[in-house]
Design a protein around this ligand. Structure first.
Ligand SMILES: Nc1ncnc2c1ncn2[C@@H]1O[C@H](COP(=O)(O)OP(=O)(O)OP(=O)(O)O)[C@@H](O)[C@H]1O
Ligand SMILES: [Mg+2]
Length: 248
């Protein structure tokens, strides 16, 4: 479903992605792990066409991401941005239903609101939150609103950038289960970025570890623990010493 070949991206003289090769099979859930600042969020932005790589190719469902209609391309995706990124001036339900209120996915307002309330329920929020504004919610609630927005239009492909950061362990478990369900029930293809190893185990079919701008290790989650790669082992066990320098 998603295929990256030799993707490179620098910002100024800072080479962030050096040569990324990655493939995500349709209907599977990939989790990307890796140190802070290794380019995980940039990678997702490249796939969406929000950041233009310096070299390499990116294809979604067999087509280069620059082919065809941009709106139709983006309509296939749902995205939870790192830090939720809600619109402050819109109510919660209007945030969730943002894409259902405009463009090619447009629905009548009452229907859009109903869908928003249903999606809020799926992420553990009650209907009374619908008319609140983002500033009135806790960080964890904002995160869940961002998640509800990402799934609002039943996308084929979903990106979750740090979906459980800032949530309590129980809510993190709820969100992990939800992501797993979305992939299994809706047949969606998902890429999740996380630092949370319990999320990795709950969500992933396959894991890719980014280090110094390329995929250091990738494979099925079941093979992660026994994989001999010292970078991967340091990361999954959170060791301060090892081949990955703690000061970057
Ligand atoms: N638009 C931009 N302009 C300049 N530099 C950028 C831009 N976007 C990202 N970077 C740089 O690219 C590097 C990778 O950023 P990115 O946000 O992808 O990291 P990350 O792996 O998601 O880290 P974290 O786990 O902390 O979220 C960082 O050094 C960042 O400063
Ligand atoms: Mg990031």
């Amino acid at each position: 479903m998603i295929l990256l070949n030799g993707v490179r991206k620098a910002f100024g003289d800072k080479q962030v992605l050096r040569c990324v090769d990655l493939h995500v099979a349709k209907g599977t859930s990939m989790v990307i792990i890796g140190g802070s600042g290794t380019g995980k969020s940039v990678l997702l932005r490249c796939i969406l066409g929000l950041v233009e790589p310096d070299a390499g190719t990116i294809a979604v469902d067999g087509h280069d991401i620059h082919e065809g209609d941009r709106d139709a391309f983006l309509a296939r995706f749902g995205m939870l941005f790192q830090g939720a990124a809600l619109f402050d001036s819109l109510s919660v339900w209007q945030n969730v239903a943002f894409r259902l209120l405009r463009g090619s996915l447009r629905r009548p307002k009452a229907e859009a609101r109903e869908i928003a309330i249903e999606k809020l329920r799926r992420v553990g929020l009650t209907p009374d939150v619908a008319d609140a504004f983002p500033a009135e919610l806790s960080g964890g609630m904002q995160k869940r609103v961002g998640l509800a927005r990402a799934i609002a239009a039943d996308p084929e492909i979903i990106f979750f950038d740090e979906p459980t950061t800032g949530l309590d362990p129980i809510m993190a478990g709820v969100i992990n289960d939800l992501i797993r369900e979305i992939v299994t029930e809706m047949g969606a293809t998902a890429i999740t970025i996380t630092h949370d190893m319990s999320s990795v185990r709950a969500i992933a079919d396959t894991v890719a570890m980014l280090h110094e701008g390329s995929v250091k290790w990738t494979g099925p989650v079941a093979r992660m623990d026994a994989a001999p790669d010292p970078y991967l082992q340091q990361f999954i066990h959170g060791r301060a010493t090892g081949p990955i320098a703690a000061v970057r």
